[in-house]
Design a protein around this ligand. Structure first.
Ligand SMILES: [Zn+2]
Length: 270
């Protein structure tokens, strides 16, 4: 599943090809995403100049003159640039054709993603209640400490809650808790301020590295398909249950927390 670093990498990859470009037409081959692609998307976007490509949490925001296209990659979505008119393979549902001769192609085998049109994207129902961006000053350890008081849920699902902070998916929550030495099963409300300050720093550090490396799935945005990203090789615990701990040599354990697999080191994390 694309996590925040992959979405940010996508944003950085596609933005130079979109910003300032005018849309010539939108071709929708299959509307059936998580919510139907608007019937009038072609009418709304054709002739519009794309002003900016932004991001809020895992939503990409293609701001045009008359409104904004909100895009979410769901479980298996991706965006890349192709030559206009390139024959579409299965699951390549939407092309946004540009006057430059390139088209932004949306591919999504599982169709859990979304393409929605909004005049006020930040007030959209899906975005309105989101917590702060992890890489901004609005997110810091004090916020985690304050919001966690009296909470009995485990710390891992707590930091994965989008109302607390956005974009901390399973990979990054697992890695940040390891780096901060915090057992993912521990009650959120029982963790000290000092440990939350450390945890917030680790969340920021790990997400920043992952973005720098192009996420766990590196993509070539003009042509090409996904390849394993460099960050994959730097994972300490995620996906390594039963293997050795790179810090202490002990055996990593796997538990399920909030329906998600969680790997941790019983020696390094308390
Ligand atoms: Zn260890």
């Amino acid at each position: 599943m694309p996590e925040l670093p992959e979405v940010e990498t996508t944003r950085r990859g596609i933005a130079p090809y979109l910003e300032g470009q005018r849309v010539s037409r939108v071709v929708v081959r299959d509307r059936r995403l998580r919510w139907p692609v608007p019937e009038d998307l072609d009418v709304r976007l054709s002739g519009q100049r794309i002003l900016s490509v932004g991001r809020r949490a895992k939503y990409l925001l293609l701001e045009a003159e008359a409104g904004t296209l909100i895009s979410h990659l769901g479980m298996s979505g991706s965006l890349r640039l192709v030559e206009c008119g390139l024959a579409a393979a299965k699951h390549e549902h939407v092309d946004i054709e540009l006057e430059s001769g390139l088209a932004l192609r949306y591919t999504d085998p599982r169709r859990f993603g979304a393409l929605l049109w909004s005049q006020a994207p930040l007030e959209h129902e899906l975005l309105r209640h989101l917590g702060p961006e992890p890489l901004t000053d609005a997110f810091e350890g004090e916020r985690l400490f304050q919001l966690s008081r009296g909470r009995s849920m485990a710390v891992k699902p707590f930091i994965m809650d989008n109302a607390v902070v956005v974009g901390v998916g399973n990979i990054y929550a697992t890695e940040a808790l390891f780096a901060a030495g915090i057992d993912p099963r521990r009650e959120a409300g029982s963790i000290s301020r000092a440990r939350y300050l450390k945890l917030a720093e680790e969340i920021k550090r790990i997400l920043a590295i992952a973005i720098e490396r192009g996420g766990t799935t590196l993509r070539d945005f003009v042509g090409g398909d996904g390849q394993p990203g460099y960050f994959q090789q730097e994972l300490f615990v995620y996906g390594r249950g039963g293997e050795f701990c790179k810090a202490c040599g002990g055996t990593l354990r796997e538990v399920r927390l909030g329906q998600r697999a969680s790997v941790y080191c019983p020696r390094c994390q308390r």
